[in-house]
Design a protein around this ligand. Sequence first.
Ligand SMILES: NC(=O)c1ccc[n+]([C@@H]2O[C@H](COP(=O)([O-])OP(=O)(O)OC[C@H]3O[C@@H](n4cnc5c(N)ncnc54)[C@H](O)[C@@H]3O)[C@@H](O)[C@H]2O)c1
Length: 320
Amino acid sequence: MKIVVTGAAGYIGVPVVARLLAAGHEVHGLDCLRFGGAGLLGSYLTGRFTLTRGDIRDRRAVAEVLPGADAVVHLAGIVGDPACAAEPALAEQVNLDAIGTVRELAADAGVARFVFASTCSVYGHCDEPADESSPLRPLSLYARSKADAEARLLTADSDRMAVTVLRFATVYGLAPRMRFDLVVNAFVAQALTTGRIQVFTPAAWRPLVHVADVADAITTVVQAPAVQVSGEVFNVGSADNRQLADVARQVASASGPGVQIDITPTSGDQRDYRISTGKLTAATGWTATRTLAGGITELADALSAGVLDGHPALEGRRAA
Ligand SMILES: NC(=O)c1ccc[n+]([C@@H]2O[C@H](COP(=O)([O-])OP(=O)(O)OC[C@H]3O[C@@H](n4cnc5c(N)ncnc54)[C@H](O)[C@@H]3O)[C@@H](O)[C@H]2O)c1
């Protein structure tokens, strides 16, 4: 297949591109390179990858990458509550307004499949594990923009293109475009730099999933028969629903002696949700295979070895 991946240079995008290439597909990335594109260098070596540097708000750039594509994996976005709060107008344009354009141009180009990256943040706050039919309670502009984008995508005419919405749990793990604003990655970075892990909402639950499992899930959905996934919403997570204090304890014990956990309860972030992931498994057979323990170890090993020295989140890293 020829697959267009928007947001190809991102934290999730780079592993997705690599996974799709490993499965034998041809991949055309579209990304404005907000965080650079060095993570994609290895993908060029396959001879089946190309990138267009462009903005998904630019119809011409989007139209240019679509001819001949069988599928679009739409990952581009302004990601996370702080990033959206910092640039709300941009977040609305990119996360919501551009979606209609990308979808319409893809359908016009004869693209058969469209996979959209949403987030389990749309559940906001719930007492029981949320499944795909649970009520949405988005608590931030980021989550609201994703919930609205989902609704727009799923209500548009579905005859011309099979649309699938994937709601990712909170992602963790090593990837070439590293993000340390994600809770597991942040805790490991804090443990190895300051020796203190800051926890603001210790009792809050988060569903967690390794970035490599997300890449596998996306690949599985793109390759699945359309009838199994068309018009559907799927949670993408693992068996790891954890309270944040529990995550901090696990990171502390894996990071060597002397790491402290500072619990400073605040009321800023009200998110508190768990998910169930059985629907995607039932539809496609996919399940997450990586463990939180393994993900923490690989992060700690790479950071301790200095592989990511120079990253701003790691300033002052303690000697191993
Ligand atoms: N990482 C997570 O924990 C997580 C969880 C749930 C959902 N998601 C979703 O997965 C997707 C990818 O997230 P990520 O963690 O890789 O984020 P990221 O910020 O690392 O990647 C986003 C990519 O989109 C690109 N981009 C941003 N605006 C663009 C524009 N206007 N035109 C073209 N490209 C643009 C950026 O340059 C970047 O490479 C996002 O849609 C996000 O909402 C991520």
